[in-house]
Design a protein around this ligand. Structure first.
Ligand code: NDP
Ligand code: MG
Length: 384
């Protein structure tokens, strides 16, 4: 029987690539639920092609258009933010692909976990905001959280078969983004379109900016802390501009395992959908004769201060990563609208981190409140 996939964020970079994987494996997977925020045209086209049971359009103004376009099908149409939670609570799917970007992905993922559904997790912000609560819930419900983020998929794959063998440390690789080697005098003038051009990966706008500022790697350190139950000291970052080694695990005996391949998100997406199986595909293969040099260097945290802010948040814990994430979302959104400069992103995050009160062991409600407070404060800085 095929696995019924609920793709939350089906119109995004992760979502559309997941649909390519499903289209290539119709005997193994079906698209049961598709959700979009505002892109009704793509959602309609996807629904007509994949014939899901349910679609959700978060933007309620678009509901009638989606409903009319799908009038001659059996697809059920839901609208509004609360529909995401409602649909995540349904029984009709086997696995949720959490591919919504940002904080908006947290609640539906929690709902799916409550519902006992395995998660293929692309939405790293979920773990940055409330990783302790999310992973505790997964443990209680005995449901797997399978990473889609390429670095975490690499680590997950390196850990298969290792049982209780202890991890000494993990080494997250970072491409360095489009501004590797640049200094503040260059970065101060960087504009949106340049920052959106990642050398190795084609991704959504928010994560592309996070990659350019190195915040993405900071978020991934926090994501890894929760996914693999590590202490902050066990998480190291190394810049590896070729993006061939997707990440590594070093065990207690000093042995290091790496997972490698060409940078193509369809591979970790397919792995997460098919887990624990590996299935064949036609993706291009890495050829050692074509890329003869793999290089490694220290990240420049003095220039890319977002990474050092994230590392501080990782060590501080409590609600600090939640503040970091909220301020970052607001600042990146403002940068994408040309409201602030590239280096102002760091400024907004730092000032917000200094403002919001620290809570050592937040409840879920306190995480929600922290997110709201941090967002409001960060937004007030931008309006000044
Ligand atoms: P995109 O911006 O391309 O897509 C985001 C998806 O989420 C779209 O379907 C979008 O709908 C939907 N969405 C956006 N805002 C909301 C909201 N407020 N409520 C509900 N749905 C919303 O992002 P990516 O696919 O690049 O990234 C998704 C997640 O995966 C992120 O957390 C990212 O960090 C992570 N990730 C992505 C990688 C990549 O290669 N892209 C790699 C590793 C991790 P609409 O289209 O209608 O706006
Ligand atoms: Mg990644």
């Amino acid at each position: 029987m095929s696995k019924r996939i609920a793709i939350f964020g089906s119109t995004g970079s992760i979502g559309t690539q997941a649909l390519e994987v499903i289209a290539a494996n119709p005997d193994k997977f079906s698209a049961e639920i598709l959700t979009a925020h505002t892109n009704e045209d793509l959602l309609i086209a996807q629904a007509l092609k994949f014939n899901p049971n349910i679609v959700v359009i978060v933007d309620e103004k678009k509901y009638q258009k989606v409903k009319d376009a799908l009038a001659n099908t059996h697809v059920k149409v839901f609208a509004g933010e609360t529909s995401l939670d409602e649909v995540a609570g349904m029984d009709c799917y086997d696995l949720m692909l959490a591919g919504i970007v940002g904080y908006a992905g947290l609640k539906p993922t929690l709902r799916a976990l409550d519902n006992g559904k395995p998660i293929a997790l692309a939405n790293k912000e979920t773990l940055v905001v409330a990783g302790d609560i999310v992973m505790q819930k997964a443990l209680e419900k005995k449901v797997p959280v399978i990473p889609v983020d390429s670095e975490h998929s690499a680590i997950f794959q390196c850990l298969i078969g290792e049982g209780r063998n202890k991890i000494e440390k993990i080494i997250l690789t970072a491409s360095g983004g489009p501004f590797l080697g640049k200094k503040p005098n260059f970065l101060v003038n960087v504009k949106r379109d340049h920052a959106l051009q990642h050398p190795n990966w084609s991704m959504g706008a928010k994560i592309s900016i996070d990659s350019a500022t190195l915040m993405n790697k900071g978020l991934e350190m926090i994501e890894a802390r929760w996914l693999f139950n590590l202490q902050p000291e066990q998480i190291q970052v190394v810049v590896h501009p070729q993006s061939i080694i997707h990440s590594m695990v070093q065990f207690e005996d000093g042995s290091i395992k790496a997972q490698m391949g060409l940078p193509d998100m369809k591979l970790p997406i397919q792995y997460a959908l098919a887990f624990p199986q590996r299935i064949p595909n036609q993706f291009p293969r890495f050829d050692f004769k074509k890329i003869s040099t793999l290089t490694f260097e220290e990240p420049d945290t003095k220039t890319f201060r977002n990474l050092s802010l994230a590392i501080d948040a990782l060590y501080k814990g409590g609600n600090t990563p939640c503040v970091l994430n909220a301020a970052n979302e607001i600042a990146v959104f403002a940068f994408l609208r040309n409201r602030i400069g590239f280096l102002d992103i760091t400024e907004v995050i730092e000032r917000t981190l200094n403002k919001v009160q620290y809570i050592a062991n937040p409840t879920l409600e306190e995480y929600f409140d922290t997110d709201g407070e941090a967002r409001n404060y960060a937004a007030s800085l931008i309006q000044m």
